[in-house]
Design a protein around this ligand. Structure first.
Ligand code: NOJ
Length: 475
């Protein structure tokens, strides 16, 4: 279980010095907010590019995703970026949805310029929408130039919002950004070597060099993170705030239970392809997170590989972990309903949390995303989409696993966000994969309909005591 968590090692700060979370005496009723420690935050999450629409309005410049989907609509499942030109997000209506759900917090990204009153905003500075102008000028995250530009951008948003927003995330899923955009080409900017192109990618790789570029990108991204954190800590009006990064570790179960997990270190295998940090960069990275954000969706089996294929280098392979859908007995992990995007394996959630606690000296953890995606295909109607019993089950199981991680394993988790408040633009899957607690009727004026899962979350949150800072009638 190393891949995806490698970056954590560098940036996690000193451990939280507590005896662990204090859980209320277990109430006998079914799992609800009342089971969780006092002050625990529950929310929903979205990201600007996925819900904002209005791509040509105001002074917004194009991002790599606009250009990517416009030029290669097949890479975005047929969506060419104009489907949501009408303003997708509706301020008043959607704050009302959050209020209806009894949530405390909302995770949004910063190109979204609205700040929500009396609901705690968690702002992500970068969620994959590199400005196309920087991509054209110097290759975006492939170049070290991004570091100073990102710092400047982060400084600007901290100055603008640092007084009101107290929870910040620099980067969303750096591993996915590097892997999907620069190793297998399935997300913008779609770069890869032809041999590494993922089966599902439509069209060709748009330039790139698998096994190399993802390292450069990760390196620049980490330096950009460290610079942004330094800027944050120097920002007067940001005092009292916290900053972290959101990772997306999968949990790996062994493909063959007789196999030991491998302990290979990446730098030994990657050699000269791994950019080196200077002493100054290392110093800035050390302790550069007040908390660790974790996005958890699924788990997989892993098989140990003896050595990488040197003729066909890939970022994902360098850890010598082969990702397997099935184990040696041809059994799949967890369960996978017919329309589900990913296997459901809530035990992996608890295990990954415990792993991070033990391996990285008990950091504060916030679950920045957890959710269930489904592709309904031709059956996609309001009635079918809102009857999302599978998503309800997914949430129940994962909330239970998180509860066990917190109250039995004493993992220091302090907040949880469901991905997502609304159905939205699911990157290369376009609008066809749905993740929302609210159904969006794309054919009827983007009307919102509460799903069974939304009702479940609302009722789960209506029990117990809300964090003292937020009173329900203030929302
Ligand atoms: C991770 C990403 O942060 C988010 O943008 C995406 O929509 C969800 N997971 C679901 O795939």
């Amino acid at each position: 279980m190393s891949i995806g968590l490698l970056l954590l090692l560098i940036i996690v700060g000193s451990p939280v010095n507590a005896d662990g979370p204090v859980c209320p005496p277990t109430p006998s009723n079914k799992l609800s907010r009342a089971h969780f420690p006092e002050g625990f935050l529950f929310g929903t999450a979205t990201a600007a590019y996925q819900v904002e629409g209005a791509v040509n309005e105001t002074c917004r410049g194009p991002s790599v995703w606009d250009i990517y989907c416009k030029k290669y609509p097949e890479k975005c499942n047929g969506d060419n970026g104009t489907q949501a030109v009408e303003f997708f997000y509706r301020y008043k209506e959607d704050v009302q949805l959050m209020k209806n759900l009894n949530t405390d917090a909302f995770r949004l990204s910063i190109s979204w310029t609205r700040i929500f009153p009396r609901i705690i905003p968690f702002v992500t500075v970068f969620h994959w929408d590199t400005p196309q102008s920087l991509e054209n000028e110097y290759g975006g995250f492939l170049s070290a130039n991004i570091v100073k530009d990102f710092r400047e951008y982060a400084e600007y948003v901290f100055q603008e919002y640092g007084g009101k927003v107290k929870h910040w995330i620099t980067f969303n899923e750096p591993w996915v950004f590097a892997h999907a955009g620069y190793d297998v080409g399935k997300k913008a900017p779609g770069r890869c070597s032809p041999y590494a192109k993922e089966r599902t990618v439509k069209g060709e790789c748009l330039g790139g060099r698998s096994g190399y570029e993802a390292y450069l990108v990760s390196h620049n991204l980490l330096n950009a993170h460290a610079e942004a954190v330094e800027a944050f800590r120097q920002c007067e009006k940001c005092k009292g705030g916290k900053i972290g990064i959101a990772h997306s570790p999968a949990w790996f179960e062994p493909h063959d239970f007789k196999d030991a997990q491998n302990g290979a270190t990446v730098d030994h295998i990657v050699g000269h392809r791994l950019p080196k940090f200077t002493t100054e960069q290392k110093a800035k990275l050390r302790n550069s997170a007040d908390f660790v954000g974790i996005n958890y969706y699924t788990s997989t089996f892993s098989n140990h590989m003896e050595k990488p294929n040197h003729a066909e280098l890939r970022f994902k392979q360098d850890s010598l972990v082969e990702w397997k859908d099935k184990n040696i007995n041809e059994v799949s992990i967890g369960s996978k309903p017919a329309t589900a995007e990913l296997a459901v394996y809530s035990r992996g959630f608890r295990k990954v949390l415990k792993y991070v606690k033990d391996k990285y000296a008990n950091p504060e953890i916030i679950i920045m995303e957890n959710g269930y995606g489904e592709k309904l295909g031709d059956n996609d109607t309001v009635a079918v989409g809102t009857a999302d019993y599978n998503r309800e089950t997914y949430l129940k199981r994962h909330l239970l696993s998180m509860y066990e991680a917190i109250c039995e394993d004493k993992v220091n988790v302090t907040g949880y966000f469901v991905w997502s408040l609304l159905d939205n633009f699911e990157w290369q899957e376009g609008f066809k994969t749905r993740f929302g607690l609210y159904y969006i009727d794309f054919k009827n004026n983007l009307t919102r309909h509460e799903k069974v899962s939304g009702k479940y979350y609302r009722e789960f949150l209506s029990q117990g005591v809300r964090p003292s800072a937020i009173k329900k009638d203030e929302l």
